[in-house]
Design a protein around this ligand. Sequence first.
Ligand code: ATP
Length: 283
Amino acid sequence: MTRADSAIRVRGLTKRYGDHQAVAGVDLDVEVGEIFSLLGPNGAGKTTCVEILEGYRHRDGGEVEVLGVDPATADAHWKARIGIVLQSTKDFAELTPTEALSTFAAYYPSPRPIDEVLELVGLTDKRKTRGDQLSGGQRRRLDVGLGILGNPELLFLDEPTTGFDPEARRQFWGLIESLSDLGTTILLTTHYLDEAERLADRVGVIADGRVVAVDDPAMLGGRGAAAATVSWRGPNGRERISTDAPTRVVRELADTFGGEIPELAVSRPTLEDVYLQMIGAAT
Ligand code: ATP
């Protein structure tokens, strides 16, 4: 990867709070156009890293470039190129989505048209509803609307779907995918592994202030090449075996049963399985 392809480049990042080393030498590369998800247990250092990248927090050491600029010395022009959706929802009790977006549009040199933002985040029908009458999910959509209002090249999303019902989460994932299709680079922090698996081109796992793995979610921790488990219902109950050749096992079982294998399932370790193993080994 050349520097021109890199939206985020971090080398040896460190940050200490008192005598607690919250970030202990993080290296990270996020490519332009990529959805990159940061995973890690509570207190691992994700928010600290992300806030340093956003220019909200000072670092102790290391090199950081976000869109080619050091966030510690970045100007308003750089700030207009990034969008930020924080963990907590902004509270605009008395403003409608149209009013909230119009108010903040004034801060950007070339904001997206308000109607386009409302459409993208699925709030067109609610554009005239006061903030205190929106559901939690709708308020979160407005947060994202505010994050993408300035037409950012890079969007930071911190736990965007916490508290969403399953349908709202699916819709929200669609929104993130449309933004990605429009060319926005996205750094997503989440505790939902299905969310990371569905959305992320690559995931980075942080534990104890260190990056312990970076990979395609389908390959993380050797997932892609891990042994498969074949399970079925035999005469004496549920049977399962772990194998590197599941096709052969299934063929043999099919011969044994003379056709359909009762309750056949073939599975490989889930992202959650490998993640929990990594976190367990690292902490
Ligand atoms: P979560 O998943 O819970 O959001 P995180 O991975 O984002 O966690 P951070 O918020 O970066 O973790 O915190 C990393 C560590 O630094 C934690 O041990 C936390 O208690 C500590 N920490 C964070 N902010 C401060 C602060 N302002 N002052 C002192 N310690 C802090």
